[in-house]
Design a protein around this ligand. Structure first.
Ligand code: CA
Length: 250
């Protein structure tokens, strides 16, 4: 595992996208400003509907979600995120003006990862965002007992770095292996190029997003039955890629 190099400009160090959902423009702008100062990319939405739409198009690394929204409120947004296979693991920090225990309990029961009561200090919010993201990436790491992925014709051994298709060993570069490992451990979920660069290449490595495309093409050549019609590493137009393990079985 590569050591994380400390980068003087924090903008380069963290590029995770945070979706800020808040109907009050001044709070939204305040949160945006402080998150951007910390180097996060920020998208925002002023309604629950827009938030769900945006999250579905491009899953954020984390959602800062106001409880009181017109129309679809924060609890409902949280409930729907948790019901969506592609979004259920996206951490949610709930903002609430109503500091009652009931709201807190409801929020947490619906799967919010943390909550902050208004009025809040932007500094505290940023600290919570950082902590929740750190927890989420630790949770996303594969469990220690998981040694391999074996399904249909594809076998990936995470310990020995061996990959075989139909029992035939493949020669992959280390990065190709890491990318394949990432996909098989995160099936069905769409990742854009920047996310894949962050998650597979690491935040301390600066390479072009099209490097991801090159590696995906190489992987397709060796794992797809027909690399001109991929069924495993799917392109999600305008977004990125996802791994579809279902195509491994007849
Ligand atoms: Ca509100």
């Amino acid at each position: 595992m590569a050591a994380v190099v400390s980068v003087p400009d924090r903008r380069l160090a963290s590029k995770a996208t945070i979706l800020v959902v808040e109907d009050e423009a001044d709070i939204r702008d305040l949160v945006r400003y402080h998150l951007e100062q910390e180097g996060y990319a920020v998208e925002d939405a002023d309604s629950g509907e827009k938030a769900l739409e945006r999250a579905a198009t491009s899953p954020p690394a984390l959602v800062v979600l106001d409880l009181m929204l017109p129309g679809t409120d924060g609890l409902e947004v949280c409930r729907r995120l948790r019901a969506d296979d592609a979004l259920r693991d996206v951490p949610v920090i709930m903002l609430t003006a109503k500091g009652t225990e009931l709201d807190r309990v409801l929020g947490l029961e619906l799967g919010a990862d943390d909550y902050i009561t208004k009025p809040f200090s932007p500094r505290e919010l940023v600290a919570r965002v950082r902590a929740v993201l750190r927890r989420a990436s630790a949770a996303a790491a594969p469990p220690a007992h998981e040694e391999d992925f074996f399904r249909g014709r594809l076998h990936v051994n995470f310990n020995t770095y061996e990959v075989a298709v139909d029992g035939q060993p493949l020669a992959l570069s280390l990065r190709e292996f890491e990318l394949l490992k990432f996909f098989v451990q995160h099936p069905h979920r769409v990742y854009d190029r920047l996310q894949l660069l962050d998650l597979v290449w690491g935040q301390d490595v600066h390479v072009e997003p099209r490097t991801v495309d090159v590696h995906v093409r190489r992987l397709r050549k060796v794992i797809e039955r027909d690399d001109s019609a991929p069924e495993l590493l799917l392109t999600v137009r305008g977004v990125g890629y996802k791994f579809n393990p279902d195509a491994l079985e007849p």
